[in-house]
Write a protein that binds this ligand. Structure first.
Ligand SMILES: [Zn+2]
Length: 400
């Protein structure tokens, strides 16, 4: 199969000796799953199905960022502990992805379960001069690290601008050797979650969490690393340089897959802008299949501007799909040969997960069957409709 690799900027052949390790940056559990999250994890769900279809075994890990500025701030608003808030929204996320029929990852490690391992990574980075201390904080030392910026292809001015907009930005801290040096360990303020360390009480930096968990579960080099496109810089750039500095093994990730953003009214769906559409609200009135068909109808490397009218149309398609897939077909009349549909569908998914084209093929097969059901539909074509639907994760239960 072919996959776009952010690192090379090209669609490349993706091959495996039979086992594929996949690490996808997971949620920060402080709010309900929105369409942007669902879109990202659905794409990786289709990728997992595609890898399995090739006969490959997958080892899929998705982290839960359960300690973070946004969780701490939200917990302060709701009066809960950050742990209780994180547990509550992790549960909601798990329910939402299960409602969407996603194949579960093999592991959902939590950041707070790996603090000793993260501290060990920091110790090793300090020992080799890849990190330095500023007060109770520890920063990664970017001096001489030429690879930083290769994934995002951003120049220094752009990186500085983006870095300045991050939550809790340290870009203006003049004690740092380079304004772009990023936090590995941050000292905690009063009342904030903290763990004891040789550098004082504090908590790990976000980037370090994913490097540590990816290495812990999947080894020093993963086959596919993925996430939303907004993670390319600084998160994934930081993961690459700190992981490679600690293991000496390149590349940290062979193929990088990034899913473009979901928009609402042309603006990125985000908590800070308050313009979000939540999965569970949509599932009140639409089937999981309808939502899948809708979210997968835009290629993952294009932004998706949410339009409820289009979701309505997908509801109609999902109803027809379920009806025709389960209609008792008559064996009389002309045979409908599904071979060319199956080939076109597979070609589409093999070509950098072109789900919009795959859905078009599914609709073509549906129409061909729909017009013949009751007179000449065949079991074989109907079976193909069901197996191709399954490759997109559609469950073909009758919609609501
Ligand atoms: Zn991550």
């Amino acid at each position: 199969m072919r996959l776009h690799n952010t690192l090379s900027g090209k669609v490349e052949d993706f091959d495996s000796d039979g086992r594929v390790s996949l690490y996808v940056c997971g949620v920060t559990p402080y709010d309900t799953t929105h369409v942007g999250h669902a879109r990202t994890y659905l794409l990786f769900d289709v990728l997992i199905r595609q890898l399995m279809h090739q006969g490959w075994q997958t080892n899929y890990v998705q982290n839960i960022t359960d300690v973070d500025d946004s969780i701490i701030a939200r917990a302060a608003q709701t009066g809960e502990s950050y742990q209780a808030l994180g547990d509550r929204f992790t549960g909601i996320y798990m329910d939402d992805i299960s409602a969407l029929g996603m194949i579960p990852a093999q592991a959902y490690p939590r950041a707070t379960d790996a603090i000793p391992e993260m501290q060990e990574v920091i110790r090793r980075l300090l020992a080799t001069g890849h990190a330095y201390r500023v007060g109770g904080d520890v920063y990664f030392n970017l001096d001489g690290v030429e690879e930083f910026g290769r994934l995002s292809r951003l120049d220094r001015a752009d990186m500085l601008k983006i870095e300045a907009d991050q939550d809790g930005s340290t870009v203006g801290d003049e004690r740092k050797k380079d304004p772009l040096d990023f936090l590995l360990w941050r000292s905690s303020g009063p009342g904030e979650p903290s763990w004891g360390s040789p550098w004082g009480d504090g908590r790990p930096g976000w980037h370090l969490e994913c490097s540590t968990l990816a290495m812990r579960h999947l080894g020093p080099s993963v086959d596919i690393h993925g996430g939303g496109a907004d993670l390319v810089y600084p998160h994934h750039e930081a993961e690459i340089v700190q992981s490679q500095a600690v293991t000496g093994i390149k590349p940290f990730a062979r193929t990088w897959v990034h899913v473009e953003m979901a928009l609402l009214g042309g603006r990125k769906m985000s908590k800070s802008d308050g313009n979000m559409v939540f999965v569970r609200d949509l599932l009140e009135t639409h089937s999981p299949d309808a939502l899948r068909l809708y979210l997968l109808a835009t290629h993952y490397r294009e932004p998706l501007d949410f339009k409820s009218e289009e979701l309505e149309r997908c509801s109609e398609v999902s109803l027809r799909l379920a009806r025709v897939a389960h209609a008792s077909a008559s064996l009389r009349g002309e045979e409908l040969d599904p071979t060319s549909f199956v080939r076109r569908f597979s070609d589409a998914l093999d070509d950098d997960l072109n789900t919009p084209d795959a859905i078009d093929v599914l609709k073509d097969l549906l129409s061909a069957l729909d017009t013949t059901t009751g007179s000449s539909a065949t079991h074989r074509a109907q079976r193909s409709l069901r197996t191709l639907s399954a490759r997109l994760g559609l469950n073909l239960e009758s919609g609501r």
